[in-house]
Design a protein around this ligand. Structure first.
Ligand code: C2E
Ligand code: CA
Ligand code: CA
Ligand code: CA
Length: 287
């Protein structure tokens, strides 16, 4: 039995090591990818639910990898947060997204103005670790200045994990960013420790209702009432609402009927390559 146990140990150890090696390798590859800026940003449309007009794009990062193909953020963002690599990676995302938004304006500012539409905004995801970094506000300032966009074109999507730490730094930085003129959104609202008091305590301009609430819209009265209530409170406070993960017309119609202004999801478009996004912009047709 002892010998068998030993053999078993010998048998399992390589597998265990492979996990660590793999992890180490991913981290090293991430370093190289950051140094060479070899990530890609995809852009998912955010639309006006009443008219179908394009309002903004959310920038979503992908990692083209030799062996793994296009790696999705769920597979490397957590790793990059743990190692701190999210700080340079997040800075790259901010700079790239701001530059792309500047290109959208060259393509569409004049025709949009003629249609009475404001400039297209770009939403950028910011992780808690990245927000806490001492250089974060300067990175945002730099991305705005270098790209030439006006600050109100940029929206930072923060999760509640940022707001949960109610320390002075978070408040000061939020105020600075808000005074700079960039928009601040609460992402995945309704998951985690959501509290409507965040809307009072921080300069929040947008609230994104998590997909899990949208999924149940047509199925449960409670879910419907909850989304409607959040939308109404947000509206009263002057906070714009984006419904996430809209996959069918029933969900869109229910949301539009309750007065939810904006939405995002596969019904309208999947995340697009920069070329696809630019083509959509120059199309000028509603989604
Ligand atoms: P998120 O911020 O909640 O982004 C929305 C995710 O839902 C995206 O997945 C998007 O492709 C997906 N999605 C959009 N519409 C639908 C829909 O109708 N149905 C379904 N099933 N899914 C939909 P993605 O691109 O894989 O990103 C996953 C998460 O990774 C994001 O969730 C965000 O938390 C994080 N992430 C992405 N890019 C960045 C980044 O540049 N920085 C940071 N810190 N995090 C990022
Ligand atoms: Ca987001
Ligand atoms: Ca989200
Ligand atoms: Ca999410």
């Amino acid at each position: 039995a002892k010998a068998a146990g030993k053999r078993q140990w010998c048998h399992y150890q390589p597998a265990l090591q492979a996990g660590l090696v793999e992890r180490h390798e991913l981290n090293e590859n991430l370093d190289t990818a950051i140094a060479e800026s070899s990530f890609k940003l995809y852009y998912q449309p955010i639309v006006d639910l009443a008219s179908g007009a394009l309002v903004a794009f959310e920038a979503l990062v992908r990692w083209p990898h030799d062996r793994r193909g296009m790696v999705l953020p769920d597979e490397f963002i957590a790793l990059a947060e743990e190692s701190g690599q999210i700080v340079p990676l997040g800075a790259w995302v901010l700079e790239r997204a701001a530059q792309e938004a500047a290109a959208w304006h060259r393509l569409s500012a004049a025709p949009r103005l003629a249609q009475g539409l404001p400039p297209l905004r770009v939403n950028v995801n910011v992780s808690a670790r990245q927000f806490r970094d001492a250089g974060f506000v300067d990175v945002v300032r730099g991305a705005v200045r270098t790209s030439g966009i006006t600050p109100d074109v940029l929206v930072l999507e923060l999760t509640e994990s940022v707001l949960m730490r109610r320390d002075e730094r978070v408040h000061t930085d939020m105020r600075t960013l808000s005074e700079l003129g960039v928009g601040i959104a609460i992402d995945d609202f309704g998951t985690g420790y959501s509290s409507l008091s965040y809307l009072r305590e921080f300069p929040i301009s947008i609230l994104k209702i998590d997909k899990s609430f949208i999924d149940g819209l047509g199925l449960s009265q409670q879910q419907y009432a909850l989304v409607e209530g959040i939308t109404r409170i947000a509206d009263t406070l002057g906070v714009q609402v984006i419904a996430e993960g809209i996959e069918n017309t029933e969900q869109r119609d229910l949301l539009a009927a309750m007065g939810c202004p904006l939405g995002q999801g596969y019904l309208f478009a999947h995340p697009l390559t920069p070329d696809q996004a630019r083509r959509l912009i120059t199309d000028h047709s509603p989604l």
